[in-house]
Design a binder for this molecule. Structure first.
Ligand code: AHR
Length: 502
């Protein structure tokens, strides 16, 4: 089989916002406790933060981390997580039916972000609480001093403000499972007033209003239209979430799901434009896709804890999906979709980062290890920065639940500053390699500087603490640039990343 791709430096979708490669840490399961934080672990620093985890997060080059939830935030009292640790209360977490010790809160997480070379994206609780708690948290986090809440922060040991720029106005407020779930009108009004108050504190904040929890919600896409009607001129982004599963064990259709993701983004971009026109606004709202990943492997095992039959355990294993090779392809396809839609999707967060549906896993008092999906995220985050190229792709297709889908899925990024062009490609074909020619003539001479391939005989192959390298990239072979064309062979069911220096 053959495919042809044309890339030209003049055909650009958008400059990619680096925050397209963000992630997420929620107080859920072992994400925080025995994930990022484990005092007594051999690698723990003076704050109890695991250095082995920080090293892996730094390797991923994560620009922002959303915190502290997720569903957790909708019944969270942020004040529980400040002040002397021994005085912090234990609370029942109603979202995940667990106990929260509050040993880690805003200060500890901010210090962790500094060590992990990332920035905080904070969510406020608009479920059980509202405007007043949000504005107090903002004053606590961002005001230099001389006011009630900023002085409390200073008294708690942090003189300089945290200076958090990016704020989520609640989480998944369209979901009946959410503590404090609201109708679109109820939420839209509250989000508008909260945004107004936060903007009164500082005009430079970036605010994210909740869109739909997924495209199957009965309220989608009316939710977006109503919420934006209330908030359009006060917010900068509308958030979307989507999780992928292969419960049906049907790889061709599973790997077609990124086309549904694409359609979801395009529809919400249309709703944004509709409200923009309705309001005669000059301002552009973008999408923050602040939760996405594969999530299904752990659903069965979590039922007991989530159903409450284990009482209120502290940091039990929850949502500990063990990813396989098939999920590498899926995560590669999702990231390619975001790159191609980077004109409207400015922020995206892989949900989540450690232990909970995560690329990084930890063993308590043991090693941290890389899941299979670590790699496509690593390559995109490190090398997918610059201009997203508007590629022309000609590929054979197959019939799927998402219509006719190309076997070859490819995204390209041109980094003008460093003079590199990088391609990320997935072959969705189960048995055939696809010989692919990329026309690069607009770029002039180019040489291959890195080429990594992920392929595996077993779609269900996984990594583990004992065998962390089972599914990992190997050096690509046989690709060549000649006469302004890059020739490469995409093995059946494979992911690859190839980087050229111009
Ligand atoms: O990421 C896990 C959960 O998925 C989040 O808490 C929630 O926002 C979503 O439903």
């Amino acid at each position: 089989m053959k495919a042809a791709v044309t890339a030209h430096p003049h055909y650009v979708v958008s400059e990619i916002d680096p925050r397209l490669y963000g992630s997420f840490i929620e107080h859920l399961g072992r994400a925080v406790y025995t994930g990022i934080y484990e005092p007594g672990h051999p690698t723990a620093d003076a704050n109890g933060m695991r250095q082995d985890v920080i090293d892996l997060v730094r390797e991923l080059n994560v620009p922002i981390v959303r915190y502290p939830g997720g569903n957790f935030v909708s019944a969270y009292n942020w004040e529980d997580g400040i002040g002397p640790k021994e005085q912090r209360p234990v609370r029942l977490d109603l979202a995940w039916h667990t106990s929260e010790s509050n040993e880690v809160g805003l200060h500890e997480f901010a210090d962790w972000c500094t060590c992990a070379n990332t920035e905080m994206m904070l969510a406020v609780n608009l479920g059980s609480r509202g405007l007043d708690e949000a504005r107090n948290l903002l004053e606590y986090a961002n005001h230099p001093g001389g006011s009630k809440w900023s002085d409390k922060r200073i008294a708690n040991g942090r003189k300089e403000p945290f200076d958090v720029k990016l704020w989520c106005l609640g989480n998944e407020m369209d979901g009946p499972w959410q503590i404090g779930h609201k109708t679109a009108d109820e939420y839209g009004r509250l989000a508008h007033e909260t945004a107004k108050a936060m903007r009164a504190f500082s005009k430079s904040l970036e605010l994210v209003v909740c869109g739909s929890s997924n495209a199957k919600m009965p309220t989608y896409p009316e939710w977006e239209a109503t919420v934006l009607d209330h908030t359009y001129n006060e917010v900068d982004y509308i958030s979307l979430h989507m999780y992928f599963d292969n419960e049906a064990n049907d790889a061709p259709n599973y790997l077609a799901m990124s086309e549904k993701l694409d359609a979801y983004i395009v529809s919400v971009a249309g709703v944004i434009d509709y409200i923009k026109a309705k309001k005669r606004s000059n301002k552009q709202v973008y999408i923050s896709f602040d939760e996405w990943n594969v999530w299904y492997h752990s659903k069965e095992q979590d039922k007991k804890i989530l159903g409450g039959s284990d009482g209120w355990p502290f940091a039990p294993p929850l949502l500990e999906d063990i990813y396989n090779f098939e999920d590498v392809l899926q995560v590669g396809l999702i990231l390619n979709t975001f790159i191609r839609r980077s004109d409207v999707v400015k922020i995206a967060c892989l949900a989540q980062l450690v232990n909970v549906i995560a690329p990084i896993m930890t063993v308590p008092n043991g090693p941290a290890w890389r899941q299979t999906i670590f790699y496509p995220y690593l390559f995109a985050s490190n090398y997918g920065r610059g201009n997203a190229l508007d590629l022309k792709v000609e590929s054979p297709t197959y019939r799927s639940v998402a219509g006719d889908v190309a076997y070859v899925d490819v995204a390209g990024v041109h980094d003008r500053q460093t003079g590199h062009v990088t391609f990320f490609a997935v072959n969705r074909h189960s048995s055939e390699a696809i010989e692919t020619v990329v026309d690069l003539s607009g770029f002039g001479a180019a040489e291959i500087v890195d080429h990594q391939v992920m392929a595996h005989a077993d779609l269900k192959a996984v990594n583990s603490a004992e065998n962390p390298g089972n599914v990992s990239p190997r050096k690509g072979e046989g690709a060549a640039v000649a006469g302004g064309k890059l020739n490469l062979s995409l093995p059946a069911y494979s992911y690859q990343f190839i980087r050229l220096r111009l």
